[in-house]
Design a protein around this ligand. Structure first.
Ligand code: CAA
Length: 240
């Protein structure tokens, strides 16, 4: 039977590649987006993947959106918490607002995405939780105290969920992408980006599809004994 998958931030960047990869694996996929209606409409037209608009930083909004997806597509078997934002600034310039926006979306947003689907997964004795963390949650990053804190926190979430879900057939794993060719990385000043590429032994940015293939594997029935893991996909830039 086809599984149902939810991908937050699934209409652009890494999330769009993940949604497409899960569809190619035979899943019924729902992709969420926060604000860019045109990109979401174009994504649905291109892929046939249904998009839903809600703010992952808001629990009630997330729970209502997830209830709608489950009513229209089916109970969610696979949840990919991918939605994330940056508000980069050196710490001495970082505002409380920049801290809060990133924590609300990248950390609380994972809680808000997984919590509403968790009991259903427990009852059905199957679930796949995949959280898209970051190399910068592993190593820290200049101008990303907020982002690095949330991405490190995401690893704590999956390691704890893995222990709670294991007996119920639920796995929880994280992927830490390195620098991937997406709008988020392209927004970094060109000089800084060139210097980052110089630090990647592979000599290039990663492709969104290289992350999506990791997700498709972790989501598969074959990956049932991989639980609480962190997969680094960063072109050898950093080892844990
Ligand atoms: N390491 C050490 N020093 C650095 C640095 C770094 N990585 N980046 C910048 N600096 C230094 C600059 O050289 C400059 O020093 P001087 O004052 O001596 O010239 C200083 O820090 C920057 O000061 P500014 O006042 O110019 O800083 P700013 O307020 O204009 O902020 C910035 C600029 C936000 C830091 C900008 O350089 C930037 O966006 N950097 C990129 C940060 C980054 O890597 N973000 C990752 C985004 S991609 C992502 O997050 C996806 C993922 O998961 C991998």
């Amino acid at each position: 039977m086809a599984r149902t998958a939810l991908v937050t931030g699934g209409s652009r960047g890494i999330g769009a590649a993940i949604a497409k990869a899960l569809k190619a694996e035979g899943c019924n996929v729902a992709a969420t987006y926060a604000g860019n209606d045109d990109a979401a409409a174009a994504f649905t037209a291109e892929t046939g993947i249904q998009t839903y608009k809600w703010n992952v930083a808001d629990y009630d909004d997330s729970a209502a959106g997830i209830a709608k997806v489950e009513a229209e597509i089916g109970p969610i078997d696979i949840v990919v918490a991918n939605a994330g934002i940056t508000r980069d600034a050196p710490f001495h310039k970082m505002t409380p607002q920049q801290w809060k926006e990133v924590v609300d979306t990248n950390l609380t947003g994972v809680f808000n995405t997984v919590h509403p689907v968790w009991n259903g997964m427990r009852e059905r004795k199957f679930g796949r939780v995949i959280v898209i963390s970051s190399i910068n949650g592993q190593k820290g990053q200049f101008a990303q105290v907020n982002y690095a804190a949330t991405k490190a926190g995401d690893l704590g979430i999956v390691k704890s969920l893995a222990q709670e879900g294991a007996r119920a057939g639920i796995t929880a794993n994280a992927i830490c992408p390195g620098y991937i060719a997406t709008e988020m990385v392209m927004a970094v000043p060109e000089k800084v980006r060139e210097s980052i590429i110089g630090q990647i032994p592979a000599g290039r940015l990663g492709e969104p599809e290289e992350i999506a293939r990791c997700v498709a594997f972790l989501a598969s029935d074959d990956a049932g004994f991989i639980n609480g893991s962190t997969i680094s996909a960063n072109g050898a830039q950093f080892f844990v």
